[in-house]
Design a protein around this ligand. Structure first.
Ligand code: PMP
Length: 363
């Protein structure tokens, strides 16, 4: 008997992977190169000793959401937390997408937006960014008028291009798009402006701006908070959206350990900001060094830089970097990113090792 085939629409969907090659310098998945602060680790261990592991965790993750709300100056009812921001995106698609509904994306952008949409049975309407990878508002107008999307995804700063959307663009998209506008700010702390300004009361017109009741901002603990291993992300948005997401979440989806881990992390904001400052400085060093090489690099407001070797094939450069024990992301076969690679900003030592290896490869 033949094994039961999977859903027809899954067959066409390739997975999303970055090869985990064993190397000394791993600059391929945009994590923080630094472990979390020692004080956080000690506080976590201490508090874990008191967790009632025989009981289910707090289903509403109240203490964590209160702490996040205090961190952003909003109400706990405006916060939804899940297992990484990818799971937040999945919950959004489950609640607002699905059969007969469409999500709009503007390529090139984070591949999981369209991937998660399709897995949840949501149709995807694709628009193109302009030649500098900025959001093109006439293209947004075209896509939303043709597809009437229930969800419109922005990604700021955008992965993998590094470009952030300014407030005028975000507000213009909010005016054009009919449904929810999801701003994925996985790298938001590296950028100069955040769409949270359009939600948080008292900040630049804040939540009183027309349309801001359709805006949600998604953040993660995986990058700036140095907690990719904990799998924790969250959304800030209207309370009615948070209630809808709670409806599609599995019971007790957020385990007790990460509820504590996330809440305690927020006590170390100053340390987080110091790391962000260091990474931004190193990003500047990487960007100018790339500018001296036979490569074109795009300005970035995130913790990574997209670049394209001028005279060598991207995939060959990728392999030759791996031979030198440096792993970056090979984007060279992605649409509109022919020949491109993406490097995560690492520690100063890792960045120096990357630049030395790349210099050798490009010479
Ligand atoms: N959004 C963007 C733009 C990302 O680059 C990533 C990580 N690659 C995520 C979301 C997912 O992050 P996580 O699930 O670890 O929170």
């Amino acid at each position: 008997m033949n094994a039961l085939p999977v859903r027809d629409d899954l067959v066409a969907l390739a997975g999303y992977h970055s090869p985990q090659v064993s190397v000394d310098v791993r600059l391929n998945t945009n994590e923080s190169p630094y472990p979390p602060p020692g004080g956080w680790r000690a506080a976590l261990v201490e508090e874990l000793a008191t967790v009632a592991f025989h009981r289910y965790p707090d289903r509403g993750a109240i203490a964590l959401r209160r702490a996040l709300a205090a961190h952003h100056g909003i109400m706990p009812e405006q916060v939804y937390a899940a297992n990484g921001s990818n799971e937040v995106l999945q919950a959004l698609c489950l609640a607002y997408g699905g059969r007969g509904r469409t999500a709009a994306v503007f390529e090139p952008t984070y591949a999981l937006h369209s991937h998660i949409a399709r897995i949840t049975g949501t149709a995807v309407a694709t628009g193109e960014r302009d030649q500098d990878f900025a959001i093109d508002l006439s293209e947004v107008a075209r896509v939303v008028s043709e597809a009437d999307p229930a969800l419109t995804f922005l990604c700021s700063p955008n992965n993998p291009t590094g470009r952030a959307d300014p407030s005028e663009v975000t507000e213009a998209v909010l005016d054009l798009a009919p449904g929810l506008v999801v701003v994925d700010e996985a790298y938001g702390q590296f950028s100069r402006w955040s769409a949270l300004c359009l939600i948080v009361p008292g900040v630049r017109g804040g939540h009183n701006r027309p349309g801001s009741d359709r805006l949600v901002v998604v953040r993660t603990f995986s990058k700036t908070w140095s907690m990719a291993g904990a799998r924790l992300g969250y959304l800030v948005g209207p309370a009615r959206v948070v209630s809808a997401l709670e409806q599609v979440a599995l019971p007790y989806h957020l385990d007790a350990v990460k509820q504590v881990a996330g809440r305690l992390a927020l006590d170390y904001q100053a340390e987080m900001e110091a790391r962000v400052a260091l990474l931004v400085e190193e990003r500047g060093r990487l960007y100018s060094a790339l500018g001296q090489m036979e490569a074109d690099a795009w300005p970035s407001e995130a913790n990574f830089i997209l670049f394209r070797p001028r005279r060598r094939k991207g995939s060959e450069v990728w392999s030759e970097l791996v031979e030198r024990s440096v792993l970056v992301r090979d984007c060279s076969s992605w649409p509109r990113l022919e020949g491109c690679l993406r490097v995560t900003v690492g520690t100063p030592g890792e960045n120096t090792a990357f630049l030395a290896a790349l210099t050798e490869v490009l010479e």
